[in-house]
Design a binder for this molecule. Structure first.
Ligand SMILES: Cc1cc2nc3c(=O)[nH]c(=O)nc-3n(C[C@H](O)[C@H](O)[C@H](O)COP(=O)(O)O)c2cc1C
Length: 192
């Protein structure tokens, strides 16, 4: 059995070749809410470094507050063209600012400007005010790079459990579970 990261890469590449989906890197990211309830939302998985999955977002938004308090998280992918689900459980850690800066600078300018002017998750009183701030910012920085906000974070999710569900035309779907134990991946098959 392959180890899970190369299997993930191989299956994701197969999906990328055929998918019409606009954001195929989207995955459901769940953290433990400040009230103890699991809290899920979609994020885009930026890349895999080593064995770990990178996501980005605002530290001051809900997800940032939650992972600061509880580092146990999960990611779930559903690849709609090749019919593969991947479930990942692991622990999350913030990366240093060289990473957040790089990922922020790779974003398109419009998304960067929104991140700067819009304190994600705060109550919205006046959309026109936000739009004005957005336009003013883009004018102020015309021809110059937008600064990476201090609240923008890159996090790494280090998995200890990864399960693949491969849909099959036949009756039984394939489930392969990998667990990180004593410094190595073990694998087993699960009944569908
Ligand atoms: C397809 C998709 C991709 C998204 N990617 C990200 C992302 O990479 N980072 C992010 O912070 N929010 C992303 N969002 C927005 C989040 O789902 C969410 O609305 C936002 O981060 C606020 O979540 P929070 O209040 O739990 O922090 C994405 C949403 C969708 C639908």
């Amino acid at each position: 059995m392959k180890e899970p990261i190369s299997l993930f890469r191989q299956l994701f590449e197969e999906e990328l070749k055929v998918t019409p989906v606009k954001i195929p890197s989207a995955c459901c990211f769940t953290s433990i809410g400040l009230d103890g309830f699991p809290n899920s939302r979609f994020v885009s998985c930026k890349e895999i470094i080593g064995n770990s999955f990178i996501i980005t977002g605002s530290k001051t938004a809900r997800k940032g507050q939650e992972v600061e308090k509880n580092n146990k998280v999960s990611l779930a992918f559903w690849w709609t063209s090749t019919h593969v689900q991947v479930r990942i459980q692991g622990v999350i850690e913030e990366l240093d600012s060289s990473y957040s800066h790089r990922y922020f600078q790779e974003r398109n300018r419009e998304s960067q400007a929104v991140s700067i002017v819009s304190a994600q998750g705060e109550g919205l009183q006046d959309l026109a005010e936000l739009e004005e701030a957005y336009t003013a910012l883009l004018q102020q920085y015309e021809g110059k790079a937008l600064p990476t906000p201090a609240s923008f974070a890159a996090w790494v999710v280090q998995p200890f459990r990864i399960e693949f569900l491969l849909f099959s035309e036949a009756r039984f779907h394939e489930r392969i579970l990998f667990e990180w134990e004593n410094g190595a991946w073990s694998s087993s098959k699960l009944k569908p």
